[in-house]
Design a protein around this ligand. Structure first.
Ligand code: AOF
Ligand code: ZN
Length: 344
């Protein structure tokens, strides 16, 4: 299963909104075929592993290992469980059940009904962690939410007016953090900012200091007051503008009308879920971050800590989480927290 996990990871960045899946076929203690889900819309892991076996007769005395339950449905490709039955593979070892409603146990049922011996739950935690976005998406019906901000050593995310005395934006962290933020963007499906951040920082929210694809840009502009010459409106990347006035699309930019009388974060997450967006990075500002925190609508928080003091300004959001990772470089400059609450 460890080998399957390593294979699955090779699909990173190319399979969303599908999960990363890896599979091997073992005959008499030897791996005779390996495969992984390489690209969204293309063959599933099991199909690639089966096709990699040079002598197909051996399948009838082999065990197939796979990180995720073989699918039972006709999607963009035919059901993997049918193929396994057809190839008469006598034993299947599965990392974890598939949470997708069209599968969710039906794949396992098909295999067992055909007399195949099925073992479930090998390295289950690792298999779930690998696809934490996919599991959150299907189980909680919302994208996996990553909060991100930078704060000074004395706990501020900005000076009061957003500019220093020379009228320049105030940087909290350095080049390394910038790169890492771009890497994170390249790995997630969407990036979200509030109105103030969009206007004041004029961010592009694209991936420039790393390779990979740009996430969908998402912003909030209740009264459509943001100037159209902001970088976010340059039309280079798919951009969703949540607002109270219009529902309209103009090439890459789409205005999505929501009800500002009601809770906004839920509506945003619901719309992103509807659009099959598996994960979103919330990049600010304070108000936006705090609304996700207060409702416990977050899974991870990445807090970048600079080496400056502002002494005064906008204080960082208060958050309680479990420290899962901390980078050591002079001092802890990046803390990664996990949400301790399961019920969101
Ligand atoms: C598997 N093996 O390698 C993967 C599975 O529309 P499709 O055909 O691409 O199917 C997508 C769904 O199939 C996806 O939501 C998930 O439930 C499952 N993914 N299943 O047996 C694989 N990638
Ligand atoms: Zn499949």
């Amino acid at each position: 299963m460890k080998r399957c996990l390593a294979l699955a990871r090779l699909g990173a960045g190319n399979v969303a909104p599908n999960p990363m899946v890896g599979s091997i076929i073992v005959c008499r203690g030897k791996i005779i075929g390996e495969g992984f889900h390489q690209k969204y819309g293309e063959a599933h892991a099991e199909v690639n592993a089966i096709n990699a076996v040079q002598n197909p007769e051996l399948l009838q005395e082999s065990t197939l290992f796979v990180t995720l339950e073989p699918c039972a449905h006709q999607g963009l490709t035919p059901p993997c469980s049918d193929l396994i039955v057809k190839k008469q593979i006598p034993r299947v070892v599965i990392g974890t059940v598939d949470p997708f409603s069209k599968v969710a146990g039906r794949g396992i049922e098909k295999l067992r009904n055909a007399g195949i011996e099925v073992e479930i739950g090998v390295l289950e935690k690792e298999c779930r962690d690998l696809n934490k976005r996919f599991f959150t998406f299907h189980e909680k019906k919302r994208p996996y939410v990553i909060l991100k901000w930078a704060q000074t050593l004395d706990g501020f995310i900005d000076v009061n007016r957003g500019r220093n005395e020379f009228g320049e934006p105030t940087w909290i962290t350095g080049d390394l953090a910038l790169r890492l933020v771009h890497k994170i963007r390249s790995e997630e499906s969407a990036v979200l900012v509030g109105t103030n951040t969009a206007e004041k920082d004029n961010p592009s929210l694209t991936v420039r200091h790393w390779s990979g694809k740009n996430p969908t840009r998402v912003l909030l502009d209740k009264n459509l007051r943001l100037p159209q010459n902001l970088n976010l409106f340059d039309g280079s990347v798919q951009t969703l503008v949540f607002n109270s006035k219009k529902q309209e699309q103009n090439n890459q930019i789409e205005w999505v009308k929501i009800d500002f009388e009601k809770e906004i974060t839920h509506q945003i997450l619901e719309e992103l879920h509807h659009r099959k967006i598996l994960s979103v990075v919330v990049e600010g500002g304070k108000q936006m971050l705090e609304s996700f925190i207060s409702q416990s609508l977050w899974d991870e928080a990445h807090i970048f800590i600079g080496d400056k003091f502002f002494y005064d300004g906008i204080s960082a959001p208060k958050i309680q989480g479990i420290l899962t990772q901390s980078e050591m470089l002079n001092n802890d400059w990046l803390k990664i927290l996990a949400n301790p609450r399961e019920s969101n």
